[in-house]
Design a protein around this ligand. Structure first.
Ligand code: MN
Ligand code: MN
Length: 477
């Protein structure tokens, strides 16, 4: 009871009893450190090639094809399958040795990212310049999108039934686009004196698209707009009405880059949540002969609340399982579906906020994620009193923790910010709706939802390893 401990004994006790978060870098082997650097190269390529959900699905489909995955719609007898819906959400499936009725191991990420979408009637001319009107998608800080090079990514479906994929502003020889900002000299009343959130109205997020009039008589109107439409028609066969059946997204232009003299970070657009899409895709590709059926699901619409038929709030999961059962020659009935869901285990793979040294006041140091400290296991998200949260049960947290500890994964646990500060949601609650066990886990980011998000390379690799360990782990206790 009143024993006095020596310095050594106290050290021992600390080691035995305290839980300590550790920076990953010094704990990795030389090979792993090199792997983290190499892994980031492939990841950055993904960020560059997959700036929209459609481009991500294309990339995933192509990667899957090269790894001998077959479309679910094709024949039978294959173990590795690719599934997609509307070209905007997709899944990779690796059928396990065990019956699918025993449940699946699901990692669900999202491949949409905050951006600006073109309105359906976007093109107009003002003061001899052509502009495109936008409606922002997801949570952005509007001022971050001003006075910077922007690119155009999307599809246009024409009256004649053609689908035209557009990528403009990414190659060095391409023109880029931009949203103009007001010079500081005149910004006093309309911007500087206002609240940050009100200083840039959404209706002013108009993209500069052209400035040369079509050549002809002097007294004609809207000749810059006409010139642009003529160029679009000559190049792609597009007319103005075709914008109505288009999905055109404005993203930051240019590739992801290494950040820091030591190249510790990847900086780039859309890392929320393509960092989890990429790492879960790679983890699934590397999982050989799984016991349980492993699924990497890549969803759309998370950034606007998961509504829509490619979002997690739809019956996308039932559709996927239905197609899988069908593929295996089994009937889908409520009993089978419920049984599969109840037996399944899921990770909602999404990013969390890393503690920003300059804004530590919005974080709670003991329970928020640190950059470079590994994948972050987040028991609940939600905001101000866990509203809208999937709060994973302790048994499931324990299973994940033990799985990762056994596999030597370096992980941390965290929330998104201080209790009263705000918060955020993920797809976790929509997976939980089906009855499966689910928890959030993903790497921390800095500058989340900005045009240039920051991830730590050690966290990227550790997320991959954590997802792989999850896929490999048998369901027990
Ligand atoms: Mn996200
Ligand atoms: Mn987000």
């Amino acid at each position: 009871m009143n024993k006095t401990y020596s310095k050594n004994e106290i050290k021992q006790l600390k080691k035995q009893l305290l839980s300590e978060r550790k920076n990953i870098w010094s704990q990795l082997t030389d090979d792993e450190r090199q792997r983290a650097m190499d892994y980031a190269v492939g990841y950055a390529n993904f960020l560059n090639e997959a700036k929209t959900e459609r481009e991500a699905v294309k990339f995933i489909a192509e990667t899957a094809r090269k790894a001998d995955f077959e479309p679910v719609t094709k024949g039978s007898g294959f173990k590795k399958l690719f599934w997609q819906i509307n070209g905007k959400a997709a899944a990779l499936i690796h059928l396990g040795k065990q019956d699918i009725l025993d449940g699946i191991h699901l990692i669900a990420s999202h491949i949409d990212a905050p951006r600006l979408d073109l309105k359906q009637n976007p093109l107009y001319e003002e003061l001899d310049m052509a502009y495109l009107k936008t409606h922002y998608y997801g949570g952005i800080k509007k001022f971050q999108w001003l006075a910077r090079p922007l690119a155009i990514h999307g599809v246009v479906l024409t009256q004649t039934g053609k689908t035209i994929a557009l990528v403009l502003g990414e190659h060095a020889s391409d023109p880029v686009f931009t949203i103009n900002d007001l010079l500081p000299h005149l910004a006093g009343k309309v911007q500087a004196d206002k609240k940050l959130s009100e200083a840039v109205p959404g209706e002013k997020l108009n993209v500069l698209f052209g400035g040369l009039p079509i050549l002809g008589p002097e007294d004609m109107k809207e000749t810059v707009k006409l010139n642009i439409l003529k160029m679009l028609h000559d190049r792609y066969g597009i007319t103005e009405e075709d914008f109505i059946s288009a999905e055109i997204e404005i993203t930051p232009a240019g590739p992801a880059r290494d950040v820091g003299l030591d190249r510790a970070f990847v900086g780039g657009y859309g890392q929320d949540d393509r960092i989890c899409a990429y790492t879960s895709m790679k983890a699934l590709l590397e999982t050989q002969k799984p016991t349980h059926t492993c699924v990497a699901l890549f969803m759309d619409k998370e950034e606007i609340g998961s509504d829509g038929n490619t979002g997690a709030k739809s019956r996308i999961l039932e559709l996927l399982i239905h197609d899988l059962l069908n593929y295996m020659g089994k009937k889908t009935n409520p009993d089978t579906l419920l049984r599969i869901f109840r037996n399944s285990r899921a990770i909602s793979a999404d990013v969390t906020a890393g503690i920003d040294p300059d804004y530590q006041e919005v974080h709670e140091k003991r329970n928020d994620a640190l950059m470079g400290y590994g994948i972050c296991l987040t028991k609940y998200t939600g905001s101000r009193g866990k509203y809208g949260a999937n709060d994973a049960h302790a048994e499931y947290m324990n299973w994940i923790r033990r799985t990762w500890n056994q596999a030597g994964i370096i992980w941390q646990t965290g929330e998104l910010g201080r209790v009263d500060e705000g918060g955020g949601g993920t797809v976790a609650k929509y997976l939980a709706y089906h009855g499966m066990s689910v928890v959030d886990a993903g790497p921390p980011l800095l500058s989340m939802h900005s045009p240039f998000e920051i991830a730590h390379k050690a966290d990227i690799l550790m997320s991959h390893k954590a997802y792989e360990a999850f896929y490999r782990s048998p369901i027990k206790g």
